[in-house]
Design a protein around this ligand. Sequence first.
Ligand code: MG
Length: 310
Amino acid sequence: MITLPPFLLALDDRFLQLVHPMAQLNQIASGFTWTEGPVWFGDHDCLLFSDIPSQRVMRWSENEGLSTYRTGTQFNNGNTRDQTGRLIGCRHGTRDVVRTELNGSLTVLASHYAGKRLNSPNDVVVSSDGAIWFTDPTYGIISNFEGYRGDREQEASHVFRLEPATGDLVPVVSDFVQPNGLVFSPDETRLYIAESGSSHDDSVPPVIRQFDVDGTRLIDKGVFATLDCGLPDGMRVDTAGNLWSSAGDGVHCFAPNGSLLGKILVPETVANLCFGGPDGQRLFITASTSVYSTYVDVKGAEPWTQSRSG
Ligand code: MG
């Protein structure tokens, strides 16, 4: 019988193989307004994350601590990296997806669809073919808290696939109320997308939906899981295919078949998370005003964010 620390809640014995009985939950940074968009830079041993309302992207490293990476971010929300290590970000203020080139300059990759402004791109992933997939809910245009209040021009809150070489932007799913976090299974045969519409409409179930990936298209495979606390926002997968989702009471860990294996209980509402650290087995959790960290016993599945050799 393994006794876990109180912040780890095992609901299935398989969870015991994924966590450390000696682990602690550490608050590594605090004092922010609303943290989101964590992304690990293994080649720099540092974490970047967004503080959306204060329009900052922050940098944290174990040895150098906390610093401001960028100001005036136009309410930058979700972040990821492409295969060459470039930072890809979603900006509410300018309603676009932007790439930071290796020389530090910014390239806007997508700002309009069908001649109309995007809503407010929220979260983004890059598939191994270089395509950029992102969600476009309305959170950044419905108030001035995390964007600029503005008119919705798109008919739906789409999930898009962008071909960066050509600029082709195609909606791949259009029936979400508010699509939010998204993440591929390790083999990229499946894409998981969070529905966070319950933030403003209780009748929307807090579900993670799953889609088979058929080239550039998605095939709806229904609900993967329904959260029993709060709503899903950012998500990551580990190399074994387990899905780790943000939730109202922390981070929920689901098996590849959707079974809830356990929870990491966090004292603030969690918006996103990522794996990082030298061996990809450290979880960084952006939670409201703070960032928390804990060590787990499984690696994250994003090779280009994980390690120097990745
Ligand atoms: Mg989000």
